[in-house]
Design a protein around this ligand. Structure first.
Ligand code: NAD
Ligand code: UDP
Length: 313
């Protein structure tokens, strides 16, 4: 039985990855320090003998006994309000945490996939974003702690590949949504769904003309699985190219939830908020034969059902 370590296992993406790799017949070690995650996301896995949970901060030396075949490094605060609240932890997990996990991969002769982000492109001057675009990041702005941590993550991962011959994979994830996002993580869709369900004002930042391209979590997980199993060590964008303005997505949520008390309100745009974001997924299509299959209409419906269960009205 192949063994895989998943960091950030109690988070949104990490918990879905634990489910997927259990389903594929792996022995899964989930590691987390519950900084932004919750054991509620993985409690259904605790009775399984194929699953183990280690409570650990990966910015400190990481020890796993025995053999290890694969590592997925997903631990990191990921929403703007989380990394604004925890700038040092964000930098440490991207830098020291990634270093520790690359060291573990080298020691165990394991293949490692690290979670990078579309944020490495910053507020992009090229649209849509291709992997060979170097980005437009403000290192000293509020988002710099996250963006630069991830740029360092990519650089040190390439160094371990080139210098130590570690088998590495780098995924650049674009905005992903679905069940198990934290209700109050401040990201657009959890905010809009919880506000719409409670009948509160929907907080669109700026005039809502900025764009994002939202990928349903099951599609992302499939892309991660394919990239891990591929032999491609350079960064690959995974995301849904279906671009939409934030105002339009807020309107879609309001219509779907159907609460007459929920009305769109406008709040100031946070500093350095990227104006556009859309992945060019030519590379994922060619190398992995991957493309998204879940439409926003379908994905938003499933996500709404989840939020209706967890949002306290
Ligand atoms: P999340 O906050 O739900 O999950 C992150 C998990 O990492 C949490 O369970 C948290 O407790 C854990 N964690 C944080 N610091 C840790 C540390 N030092 N040691 C151990 N565990 C730690 O976020 P998510 O949306 O699931 O994001 C997961 C990864 O994917 C992150 O690396 C993020 O940067 C990346 N990513 C996510 C998106 C997205 O749209 N969700 C987009 C781009 C990149
Ligand atoms: N946003 C918004 N209202 C909110 C939360 C976010 O209008 O309550 C906007 C935010 O300014 C950004 C977009 O929605 O333009 C996506 O924000 P999110 O935090 O989900 O992710 P980002 O892509 O900015 O990291």
């Amino acid at each position: 039985m192949k063994k895989i370590l998943i960091t950030g296992a109690a988070g949104f993406l990490g918990s879905h990855l634990c489910d997927r790799f259990i389903k594929e017949g792996f022995h899964v070690i989930g590691m987390d320090n519950l900084l932004t995650g919750s054991l509620d996301n993985i409690k259904h896995l605790f009775p399984l003998k194929e699953f183990e949970y280690y409570h650990h901060d990966v910015s400190k030396f990481v020890h796993v006994p025995g053999d290890l075949d694969y590592i997925l490094h997903f631990a990191s605060p990921a929403s703007p309000i989380d990394y604004l609240k925890m700038p040092i932890q964000t930098l440490k997990v991207g830098a020291l945490g990634t270093h520790n996990l690359l060291g573990l991969a080298k020691a165990k002769n394991a293949r490692i996939l690290v979670a990078s982000t579309s944020e490495v492109y910053g507020d992009p001057l090229i649209h849509p974003q291709k992997e060979d675009y170097w980005g437009n990041v403000n290192p000293v702005g509020p988002r710099g702690v996250y963006d630069e941590a991830k740029r360092f993550l990519e650089a040190i991962t390439m160094a371990y590949h080139n210098f130590h011959g570690v088998e590495t994979r780098i995924i650049r994830i674009f905005n992903t949504y679905g069940p198990r996002m934290r209700v109050n993580d401040g990201r657009a869709l959890p905010a809009f769904f919880s506000q719409a369900i409670r009948g509160e004002g929907i907080t669109v930042f700026g005039d809502g003309s900025q764009t994002r391209s939202f990928c349903y979590v099951a599609d992302l997980v499939e892309g991660i699985y394919r990239l891990l199993m591929s032999d491609h060590h350079l960064p690959v964008n995974i995301g849904n190219p279906d671009e939409i303005t934030i105002k339009e997505v807020a309107e879609e949520v309001v219509k779907l939830v159907g609460n007459p008390d929920a009305k769109i309100t406008y709040k100031p745009l946070p500093k350095d908020d990227p104006k556009v974001r859309q992945p060019d997924i030519t590379k994922a299509r060619e190398i992995l034969g991957w493309e998204p299959t879940v439409s926003r209409e379908e994905g938003l419906k499933i996500t709404m059902e989840y939020f209706r269960e967890v949002v306290k009205v």
